[in-house]
Write a protein that binds this ligand. Structure first.
Ligand SMILES: Nc1ncnc2c1ncn2[C@@H]1O[C@H](COP(=O)(O)OP(=O)(O)OP(=O)(O)O)[C@@H](O)[C@H]1O
Ligand SMILES: [Mg+2]
Length: 1021
């Protein structure tokens, strides 16, 4: 295992067995030391023999305890089953040996271990899993075996296990979950299971092929060998099962399995066939067997019975073969017989010999069908069919069948992507997601709770893949592991740069691990890459990452490689491994860390330039892990979170930057930015901001900033927003213009516009909002460009220019919706504000699907528009008479969880509208009561809110309040003017005013409102 570049330590998923002889001290005390020695020696030998039979490795004998490892040093896919089988054998064997005078306590547990060089007297496998196995052994009753949870999950139904329980264990505060071992049911965990349904999919061509071979066998009238070759889990066994189901009832069918380990495994496949042939159970005593086989007792050799007697072994074997030729000939004596030998890759020589005899000497049409993995395949001359991976559609069909109800496209994608056509992997990944509670059922559809979830490699799949990797020659395996550090795909040059050679790529291609995709080489299966990588010791990984990063940087240190360089450098110095990996190499570590920081920052900048905010944050957080005291990194994290509208994340990052920053000017900048972003992006706070806190930031910013500087202007913008301070907005405008910073200027104008808006001076608000468009050609950040359009649209609408507003929201959509999921919700939000204000309910309804998708995608951001947009859709459905849908959407909006804490001015107007529609006046009154006084404050939504408020007051008969509210809004040419006119018309019963409202609605093109108002007039006359 020792190697130049992958190191001498590997990581394995293995199963550890601890066994301890109970009562030996007492026995020893009563015994002559020589006898005691002899007894212990016999014990050791017997236990070692059982462990070897199960393919385990004795790790050590300590006193009268034995420790064995399965799945290490060489991986085994069935390490857990082997360990439990060996535990049962050990218990039996001890009983045979000592007749119950002493008993064994056994603990078995699976987990990740580090496997090092075996040293005299010390263990070669270490890890928590080993300690837990020891604890389980200590807690077991004499004569019993306790099995850890992970082992239990790995073996599934192959063993009977007691009910889950928890034992106390030192160093394990929650105890250790375990189960008592019972009988063995099968040597290997049956595939599938997990309580999932199996629906057979695809494979029509393959079934056709099998039927064709069967027909040819029938036609020839003599035995024929056919072979199905395919990777583990690709579906060989399933295909055979399906083939069997389609055979005519009269065809004789026998099936036997070759086993990977165990007692009398030589003929195990034929043993299955024989038992079925003569009706024997697995545990029938020898006498019964011999009685059943009367006249052809030699067949009992197949079952491991010593019936050769005085016969010379070779003669016994030939007789056995003769008997099998007769037996199989009988199978084909009445038409087609099918003999399936599963898992030929584990077939032992003597079995192969029997099969060869059968094929040459048996009579009648018998199809001998073998299944095998590509690694070991006797019988090269057979008819052979290779089973290829399933198509994505077929995997989707399998998943749908397994779950019984649909999986949403995102989760489906994840499973398909990981399975890559292997149905076993698909089932295991799916079951793993279910077991870990990562799949949730929403409205009858399975969805991923968190779309960014780390799917990982299920233990069962890891076992299969690791075992396959360990079958590679050592050099090829090391090359595969090194390549896994580079990634899913690599160039031979890159591999050679870190290993010194790319010669092994050929072996890897031949063995089907990778395939050439000029100029690169690609791991055929992403999971193989993951498992190869997981097998490397972390310190070795660090060195390989470092070597690769250096080579890549030397080769081509371009920005387009920034992400890759950042990744490899930062993996090389990941804080939790750096010390171990670079012990006594401080200069090296420092240099690598510096490179990591440099490229992480650069990669973040580049991601930000594409507005890939999550990617930028990922890089920055890695940078912060490496340099937790770097104020610039924290500042950048704060800024990106602000762009993401994630207030809860922005705030602590900025606080951290503040703690680490010195110097008045720098602090002033930070405080101004913090206050500005917090107040400007009101939508980023799930709960309202803490007033005291914001005020203290504002005060600090104003106190520290140089008068007349940018920080000062920015703080003034924040003040005007926060305190509705029109004067601060004016000052900000005055300061920003000479500074020539278009961003600052744009926000100062916006503050000015906002102040006018809140004072209901809509034309003034519009003028300032439109002035911002003159700055566009000096702005590059799309977030800033989008902002101008967003508020430009609302201001245009307020000023009575609805068609301009419609154009602007669509322009905004083009800029914003590609920026981030959150910007997309904004894009929809402002479209809906405008369309709902225009009463264009069909338009709103048309957007409903997009809204629901966008909101689902934006769950990571606590934006109030997540709820608000759903409410708009609920209102549109209500207006269109789709009551059930309206209620569903309203519930969905409420479920977004924004209702605690002062968000009423955003969120209460639509429910009030719905309550009006539904004639629920008490609810209307309650909503007005709770937040009505603040409905004008959400500038963008306030037009619709104020119109709704007028309606509500009229409906509630609160005429004087309605009069007062309407009077404040009677401004010529504005959007709200006709609503005010109509309100006054109704409360004063003045038809002329209502007429004027209709006319104004018509002039502005608000057809729906005009219609409503006309209907009102008709109803009242
Ligand atoms: N065509 C299919 N349709 C639906 N499910 C399938 C199909 N093929 C395989 N599966 C599922 O995938 C899992 C693995 O299949 P199977 O046991 O047949 O693979 P295998 O090739 O025999 O693997 P191994 O080499 O490990 O024996 C099973 O649980 C099975 O239900
Ligand atoms: Mg199989």
């Amino acid at each position: 295992m020792a190697s130049t570049y992958t190191g001498s330590v590997e990581r394995k998923l293995a199963t550890i067995l601890f066994a301890d002889l109970v009562g030996s001290t007492e026995l020893g005390a009563s015994m002559d030391p020589e006898h005691a020695r002899d007894l212990l020696d016999r014990f050791y030998d017997a236990m070692a023999a059982e462990i070897a039979l199960g393919g385990g490795t004795v790790e050590k004998f300590i006193g009268d305890a034995v420790v064995a490892v399965f799945g290490a040093p060489a991986a085994q896919e069935d390490h857990a089953e082997r360990a439990l089988q060996v535990a049962l054998w050990m218990q039996e064997r001890l009983h045979e040996l000592l007749g119950g005078r002493l008993s064994l306590r056994i603990g078995v547990n699976s987990g990740e271990v580090a496997v090092g060089r075996p040293r005299e007297g010390s263990s070669f496998a270490t890890g928590d899993a080993v300690n837990v196995a020891a604890r389980l052994e200590q807690a077991a009753e004499p004569g019993h075996t306790l099995v850890g949870e992970r082992t239990a999950a790995l073996v599934g139904d192959a063993f009977e296990l007691g009910v889950p329980r928890t034992i106390e264990a030192k160093g394990k505060p929650g105890g250790v979950a375990c189960r008592e071992l019972g009988r063995m049911r099968a040597a290997r965990r049956p595939r599938g299971g997990h309580g999932l349904e199996t629906t057979f999919v695809g494979r029509r061509r393959e079934l056709g092929w099998l039927e064709d071979v069967a027909a040819r066998t029938r036609a020839d009238g003599r035995p024929r060998l056919a072979r199905l070759i395919g990777e583990a889990g690709v579906g060989k066994t399933s295909l055979v099962r399906e083939f069997r189901a389609r055979l005519p009832a009269e065809a004789a069918f026998r099936l036997g399995r070759c086993l990977s380990y165990g007692r009398s495994v030589t003929y195990s496949a034929l043993a299955d066939v024989l038992r079925e042939e003569v009706g024997l159970g697995p545990d029938d005593p020898a006498e019964d067997i011999l009685e059943r086989l009367a006249g052809r007792e030699i067949l009992a050799l197949t079952l491991g019975l010593d019936v050769g007697g005085d016969l010379e072994p070779r003669t016994a074997m030939l007789r056995l073969q003769d008997e099998w030729v007769r037996l199989i000939s009988r199978l084909g004596s009445e038409g087609l017989g099918v003999l399936v030998i599963e898992d030929l890759h584990w077939a032992a020589g003597p079995l192969v010999e029997v099969l060869e005899r059968v094929l040459s000497d048996a009579e009648g049409p018998v199809l001998v069908l073998g299944t095998t993995r590509p690694d070991g395949a006797p019988f090269p001359e057979a008819d052979t069919l290779r089973l290829e991976p399933l198509g994505d559609e077929e995997v989707a069909g399998l998943i749908a069948g397994a779950l019984g109800s649909p999986l949403d496209s995102c989760a489906l994608d994840v499973v398909i992507r990981h399975a890559e056509g292997n149905p076993f992997f698909a089932e295991e990944v799916l079951a793993d997601l279910l077991d870990r509670g990562l799949l949730e059922r929403r409205h009858g559809v399975w969805c991923l709770g968190d779309t960014a979830v780390d799917v990982g490699v299920p233990d069962s799949v890891r076992g299969v893949l690791a075992a396959r990797i360990d079958l590679l020659p050592a050099e090829a395996k090391e090359a595969l592991q090194a390549a896994s550090v580079i990634g899913r795909s690599f160039t031979p040059r890159g591999l050679a740069a870190i290993t010194g050679s790319s010669a092994e790529v050929r072996t890897l291609v031949e063995r089907g691990f990778v395939r050439p995709a000029q100029p690169r080489v690609v791991f055929k299966h992403a999971l193989t890459r993951d498992v190869a990588y997981a097998g490397l010791a972390r310190a070795s990984r660090a060195h390989l990452h470092a070597a690769f990063a250096r080579w890549l940087e030397g080769d081509d240190a371009k920005d387009r490689r920034a992400g890759t360089l950042a990744y490899h450098y930062s993996e090389a110095v990941a804080p939790d491994i750096a010390e171990l990996a670079w012990r006594d190499m401080n200069a090296e570590l420092a240099q690598l860390s510096e490179a990591a920081l440099h490229w992480l920052r650069r990669a973040a900048e580049l991601s930000l330039a594409h507005f890939d905010l999550d990617d930028a944050l990922a890089h920055l957080h890695r940078a912060a892990d490496l340099a937790p005291d770097d104020a610039d990194v924290w500042h950048a994290i704060g800024r990106v979170n602000a762009l993401k509208f994630d207030g809860e994340a922005m705030w602590p990052a900025m606080e951290r930057a503040l703690q680490l920053t010195e110097g008045r000017a720098a602090l002033a900048e930070l405080y101004a930015e913090l206050t500005f972003e917090s107040t400007m992006r009101g939508g980023m706070w799930k709960r309202p901001l803490d007033h005291g806190l914001v005020e203290s930031w504002l005060a600090r910013a104003l106190e520290l900033a140089d008068a007349g500087g940018a920080a000062h202007a920015r703080a003034l913008v924040a003040r005007s927003l926060w305190e509705d301070d029109a004067e601060a907005a004016e000052q900000a405008v005055a300061l920003s213009e000479p500074l020539g910073d278009p961003v600052l200027q744009s926000y100062a104008y916006w503050a000015r516009s906002g102040a006018a808006f809140i004072a209901f001076d809509f034309h003034e608000a519009d003028r300032w909002a439109q002035r911002r468009f003159d700055l566009l050609d000096r702005l590059t950040d799309p977030d800033k460009v989008a902002h101008i359009h967003y508020y430009g649209a609302t201001a245009a609408l307020a000023a009575g220019r609805p068609e301009d507003a419609v154009t602007l929201v669509h322009d905004h959509d083009v800029v914003a919706s590609r920026l981030s999921p959150h910007h997309e919700v904004h894009a929809l939000g402002v479209i809906l504000y405008v369309q709902e204000a225009l009463g264009r309910w069909d338009e709103v309804r048309r957007l409903q699907r997009r809204v629901e998708r966008a909101v689902a995608a934006n769950q990571g951001t606590p934006c109030v528009l997540n709820a608000r947009t759903l409410f708009s859709c609920a209102v549109a459905c209500g207006e269109l008479g789709l009551d059930a849908e309206s209620h569903r959407l309203e519930d969905a909006a409420v479920a977004q969880g924004f209702h605690e804490g002062g968000m009423g001015f955003w969120l209460d107007p639509p429910p009030a509208h719905l309550a009006l529609l539904r004639g629920d006046l008490p609810r209307v009154a309650a909503l007005l009561e709770s937040s009505g006084a603040t409905w004008h404050l959400s500038t963008d939504g306030s037009l619709y809110a104020l119109a709704t408020k007028l309606e509500a007051l009229v409906a509630l008969g609160r005429t004087s309040e309605a009069e007062e509210a309407a009077a404040a809004l009677l401004q010529p040419g504005t959007y709200l003017e006709p609503f005010a006119l109509r309100t006054l018309g109704v409360v004063r019963s003045d038809r002329a005013l209502t007429e004027r409202a209709v006319e104004r609605f018509d002039t502005m093109g608000l057809a729906w409102h005009a219609g409503e108002t006309r209907a009102l007039r008709v109803a009242r006359t």
